[in-house]
Design a protein around this ligand. Sequence first.
Ligand SMILES: [Zn+2]
Length: 188
Amino acid sequence: MTGKPAAQRASTQRTVGSITYELTRKRVKNLNLRVVEGGAVRVSAPTRTPLREIDRFVASHEAWIGQARERVHVREASADQMQDVYTDEECLRVFGEVSDRIYPLFAYCLPIQPALRVRWMKSRWGVCHVAKNYITLNKQLMGKPRAALEYVVLHEYVHFLHPNHQAGFHAEMARLMPDYLARRALLK
Ligand SMILES: [Zn+2]
């Protein structure tokens, strides 16, 4: 299970004053400034806006960028702390309860209940290892609602039947968990 990365567009790196930013030209109406993971600054600009105007725009937002970077830093620090808050055993106990409730739905095709492993992962909630009959779950799920955790565990189980995310996968998810899309939204 991975988030689809946004389509990659050509971008250039520029520096104005103390701020380095990544500039992407897009078919947009306005200049748009964002501070992303790690505190990096991204700017998207209409195709014809002159560079000096973009630099001026970025420079005029220096204070705002500083505040946004501070917020990103706090958020990332608290995510790092959570890595140590829950032991693997605690995660396995909580995730195992969910897996034990879901497994009977798959007993007809999986004679041995898949084992669970836990890891701290940055970009995936779970991984299904079909050939080795185990599921890896992201420890960050400890901070998510139970309904979302159940969705991820079921999602990985369904991968034993459908390795990819094509129509058959979604049909099976909908059959077993009619509100799976609402649950998935809780992960955002
Ligand atoms: Zn998946």
